[in-house]
Design a protein around this ligand. Structure first.
Ligand code: PLP
Length: 460
């Protein structure tokens, strides 16, 4: 159709809506919901704000899915892309190298903890997780332990959607409809102590990992994969000492510890890497999203010298790769973004401003809809419940979380809602007054929904 080849900016709003509804398959989207309603079409971004096609302004309290830590609309990143295209548009990292991939690998390794010095680029987070799982199996095989193939992950954890990564993802609704899955993914409880009995040992969840390894047989387990703060399930931090216990368990049974930092790296937790925030040393780190502030698609698997070593000798090889991995333009973007992070002390900002976001959202824990707030750095989760003291959730049919999401959007705030849990992760360039604005807009949204539920007699 001739019109579809017109640049988007030249299409009228009505036409964009029509074309979106007819042709664009949005991810994780109930398209039926847009039969009557408009598709939200975001046309511009600047700093912590994005604008839709009608000119409405939203505070992006989600960094466009935990991505734009450097904020929207930075023209210097576009200039870095243009410079790179005029120098070298693309060349592969399959048995070749190019300057930007080398420089970026060195930068990423220099910031990584301990001896995590080897960087395997990917095009995103699922590919990084996929690569980590394959490398873990391959490493054990190279060491003569070819039966070590399973991966232990946590319930409700999200590690991506490709079939290998999905074996680690612990969300039944995302798994069951695609069965049979890649074999080897087994799951243990997460660290969501809000739902635990009060007298439970704080390291119970860590010990569950050991029990699972013993149940499966340590000779069959290749790796444990964990996020420093589990995002899916509503931002679930670990207990004090959790990762130290997990590290001991992994060492005891020769199981690799994969820190999935697709969200938790690049300052989000107030440290470069999430593992640094909790003081543990992983064998492998997966990252993506804010590596480039999402101005270009890129991910990476960062590998310790110990694990990389068998693949660096004689004729050995990790037989795995993706055409676009280490793309020169994405690498140039990442280098420019890293420069911005350093110049703005993005890690220090997240650490300094985290307590303000916590206090601002914390004031809302007295609101009748809110049960709990948890998080660290600049990522926080808020749990909505009918009765916070008795831990009674809202009837799922009320769709309270979805109502808050819609109301927040009406009040110009974008956040993440899963069930009745809200997650906030604004760009790390956020200013104090914008944090106050998140609090004010969220309060209005919560008030609207509380009024609705009172009218419907659904609030106690
Ligand atoms: N791992 C974690 C912890 C994630 O949060 C995500 C995505 O949100 C992924 C992996 C998958 O990343 P991608 O969507 O880039 O494939």
């Amino acid at each position: 159709m001739a019109i579809a080849s017109e640049p988007a900016t030249r299409l009228s709003q009505g036409t964009l809506q029509d074309l979106a509804k007819r042709h664009l398959w949005m991810h994780f989207t109930r398209h039926g919901a847009y039969e009557e309603a408009d598709v939200p079409i975001i046309v511009r971004g600047e700093g912590c704000y994005v604008y839709d096609e009608h000119g409405n302004r939203y505070l992006d309290g989600l960094s466009a899915l935990f991505c734009v830590n450097a904020g929207h609309g930075r023209s210097e990143i576009g200039e870095a892309m243009a410079r790179q295209v005029s120098e070298l548009d693309f060349f592969t990292v399959w048995s070749y190298a190019h300057p930007r991939a080398i420089e970026l690998a060195a930068r990423v390794a220099a910031l990584a903890p301990g001896d995590l010095n080897r960087v395997f680029f990917t095009s995103g987070g699922s590919e990084a997780v996929e690569s980590a799982l394959k490398l873990a199996r391959n490493y054990h095989r190279a060491k003569g332990n070819g039966h070590k193939t399973k991966v232990v992950a946590r319930e409700t954890a999200y590690h991506g959607t490709s079939l290998g990564a999905l074996a680690a993802t612990g969300i039944p609704a995302l798994r069951t409809q695609f069965e049979p899955l890649t074999p080897g993914g087994v799951h243990v409880p997460n660290t969501d102590s809000f739902r635990w009995p009060a007298d439970r040992d704080p390291l119970w969840a860590a010990d569950q990992i050991e029990e699972r390894i013993l149940f499966e047989g340590p000779e069959t387990v290749a790796a444990v994969i964990l996020e420093p703060v589990q995002n899916a399930g509503g931002c679930i931090p670990p207990q004090e000492g959790y990762f130290q216990r997990v590290r001991e368990i992994c060492d005891r049974y020769e199981v690799l510890l994969i820190s999935d930092e697709v969200i938790c790296s690049w300052g989000r937790l107030g440290t470069w890497y999430g593992s640094e925030r909790y003081g543990y040393r992983p064998d492998l780190i997966t990252t993506a999203k804010a590596l480039t502030s999402a101005y270009a698609p890129m991910g990476a698997l960062i590998v310790s010298d110990r694990i990389a070593d068998p693949f660096m000798r004689e004729k050995a090889m990790f037989s795995h790769g993706f055409t676009f991995a280490g793309h020169p333009v994405a690498a140039a973007v990442a280098l420019e973004v890293q420069k911005i992070y350093a110049e703005m002390d993005i890690v220090g900002r997240a650490k300094r401003l985290g307590p303000l976001l916590q206090a601002t959202l914390g004031r809302l824990t007295a609101h009748p809809l809110v049960a709990e707030l948890r998080g660290t750095g600049l990522i926080f989760g808020m749990e909505l419940m009918r009765d916070r003291d008795k831990r009674i959730p809202f009837d799922a049919a009320l769709g309270v979380g979805a109502r808050v999401d819609a109301a927040a959007r009406r009040h110009g705030l974008i956040l993440r809602v899963v069930g009745d849990r809200l997650v906030f992760a604004p760009p790390l360039i956020i200013e104090a007054h914008e944090i106050e604005e998140i609090g004010a807009r969220l309060k209005r949204a919560l008030d609207d929904v509380a009024d609705e539920l009172t009218r419907e007699r659904a609030l106690q």
